[in-house]
Design a protein around this ligand. Sequence first.
Ligand SMILES: [Zn+2]
Length: 370
Amino acid sequence: MLSRMIAYECPRCRIQSPTDALTWCCPRCRGPWDLAFTSAPVSLPSLAPRVNSLWRYTEALPPLPYGPEVSLGEGRTPLVRLTDSVSAKLDFLMPTLSFKDRGAVMLAAHARRLEPRTVLADSSGNAGTAIAAYGARAGLDCVVYVPGGTSPKKLEQIRAHGARVVEVPGDREATARAAREAADEPGVFYASHVYNPYFLHGTKTYVYELWEELCGRLPDTIVVPVGNGTLLLGAALALDELHRHGLVDTRPALVAVQAAAVSPLAEAFHAGAEDLTRPAATRPTLAEGIAIPAPPRARQVLRAVRATGGTFLTVTEDQIRTAQRDLARRGLFVEATGVACWAAVNAAPPRPGLTVVPLCGAGAKTGLVP
Ligand SMILES: [Zn+2]
């Protein structure tokens, strides 16, 4: 079926590459790929008897024959009311305790088909953990590059899955650079949650699940933590698809949240810029999972937020601390990065209608912040 033919495509240069090649970025601009892929409409009434994981949205997903084999039952996380107008989607209840499993399972299923010598990932923690787990499930050799100083519990989890860990001195960007160099070696599949667009087609199931849970409707506002923007861009993909197929009438606002300490996208957004104009000044933050000074998909993130009439919010370290304790007192123990959206929603003026925040990673991974 022609509409299901897929290729990598650079959103800037429009250069295409077959998805069965190991070419991890656009050869001209070295930017991340998109996937030239057209989803088919998902039929809401047909969903009830399907598999209880994100693989139930099969029409929306790029064809991945090894998906069911590699699956660990990811997805279908609960939506829980926090206040009259704010609900939380508990994405920390995933096989590796973070939302990254949504994308990692796609990359592992894709890599399983390509049979590379090594699968390589770089991550401040959660994505590396997810790739290690799904790589183990798929029987693939995995190596994960992490910044020095990454939480010991995260490293322990990565190693427990059989992946090798390479600790790179310096900041997150130094780790990304080292990984990109290693990714150019022959036989390496770069399982990058930033560069490989299969990841975004996994994270988009976050919104398909909201749509199903709310019986074919969507919340008025979807708040998402943004570092590289992988959940936000997945959400934007799903909103486009649901809209294009006539499955929703309205488009929720996408509200992006960054830590004030590392907020290049929020600064660019409020300056009216289409891209990052200069490297952002950064300070240490408790929200290590979204501390990304120069996200490669910045342009796409800014455009996606503007297209929905959304905005950017930032949160302080004190607000993160307070939000983590507040959620814990409500029965939800969430890691510091994962509480940023709840912190932001509490500090901002209330928005009309239903707002959904994701709680992206489990508190057990990092403990209570000091
Ligand atoms: Zn390009």
